[in-house]
Design a binder for this molecule. Structure first.
Ligand code: GDP
Length: 300
């Protein structure tokens, strides 16, 4: 969390800081409200949430009258938190049951950080004393299975892989089978994310899901989104949500952007919580998403 705060606040135009400065102006005229709106939109908060937030801020400011910096900070903090949804359940469901391991499928467009996230998540689970099997069902990208296996060796997880360009669903099936036979706690399945044809993606992911569910129900389908891609990420999220039932979002590369507002926009878009955030390329750079710490980091 300290790390999250440090990295986010390093950015010069941290969303909250800019807002706070604007809100502290002596005269909150229409131009200033417009600037506030622009700041939110630039930070990828999205149109709807921006309008809601500005409306609520205007109401509050009207009621408050004189405003101390502490009052404004508290107000902004509370309103951002409300938008982010402090009470959403953000736990990643990985609890094994008597007859089956917890099963997590990781989906997203190639390059967003899917494989890296799968590896980091394995590390967190192994460090927590769980046994993990990785399924390299991204058989499309040639190096993906190697990359995942390297992560597996690094963190102490067994990797199931198939032939190059093989059937992703059969790798996923084998991974869960292996996980069950080994009595593992969790199976993490990395998938391919080719977006150029939606029907292709739909067929492939749908099939992976169906085949895995021949063994046992999936506990989580995590969608990995690259925070630096802005509104494009929202378009991707929409497509994936049409294909599979996303249960949680992982927002990666949050270390490389000041556009933290995407957290708000994407949750609103999918009605699904951001559960994890990626803060770098290293094995320890995956953190649970904590709304309060996040807002504090934004406001600085
Ligand atoms: P995939 O194609 O979706 O599996 O993507 P990869 O896992 O191969 O990641 C693509 C690139 O993004 C790699 O260079 C990763 O090291 C990098 N990456 C992944 N997550 C993060 C993150 O949270 N922060 C940063 N800065 N880079 C990341």
């Amino acid at each position: 969390l300290v790390r999250l705060r440090a990295r986010l606040s390093r950015s010069q135009n941290a969303l909250g800081k800019g807002l706070l400065t604007l809100l502290s102006r002596e005269h909150l005229d229409e131009d200033t409200w417009e600037e506030i709106e622009e700041t939110l939109l630039t930070a990828d908060v999205g149109v709807q949430p921006t309008q809601e937030l500005v409306e609520r801020l205007r109401e509050h400011v009207k009621v408050l009258g004189t405003r101390t910096p502490e009052e404004l900070r508290g107000l902004l903090r509370a309103e951002l938190l409300t938008l982010i949804g402090p009470d959403m359940d953000r736990t990643v469901k990985t609890e094994p049951e008597a007859s089956k391991p917890g099963i997590v499928m990781v989906v997203g467009v190639n390059g967003t950080g899917k494989t890296t996230t799968t590896g980091k998540l394995a590390r967190v689970l192994v460090a927590d004393g769980r046994t993990v099997v990785l399924g390299a069902a991204d058989t499309f990208r040639a190096a993906a299975a190697d990359q995942l296996q390297t992560w597996g060796e690094r963190v102490g997880a067994y990797t199931v892989r198939g032939p190059e360009a093989g059937d992703p669903a059969s790798v996923a099936f084998d991974a869960v089978k292996e996980g069950k036979e080994m009595g593992s706690d969790v199976v993490l399945i990395d998938t391919a994310g080719r977006l150029h044809t939606k029907t292709g993606l739909m067929d492939e992911l749908g099939k992976v899901k169906r085949v895995v569910e021949k063994h046992a129900p999936l506990d989580e389908i995590l969608l990995v989104l690259d925070a630096t891609t802005g509104q494009n990420g929202l378009v991707q999220a929409r497509v994936f949500a049409e294909v599979v039932d996303i249960t949680g979002i992982v927002l990666t590369k949050l270390d490389g952007t000041a556009k933290g507002g995407i957290v708000i926009a994407v949750q609103r878009e999918l009605g699904v919580p951001v559960k994890l955030v990626g803060l770098g390329e290293g094995p320890d750079d995956l953190a649970p998403f904590e709304p309060e710490a996040f807002v504090d980091a934004l406001i600085g």
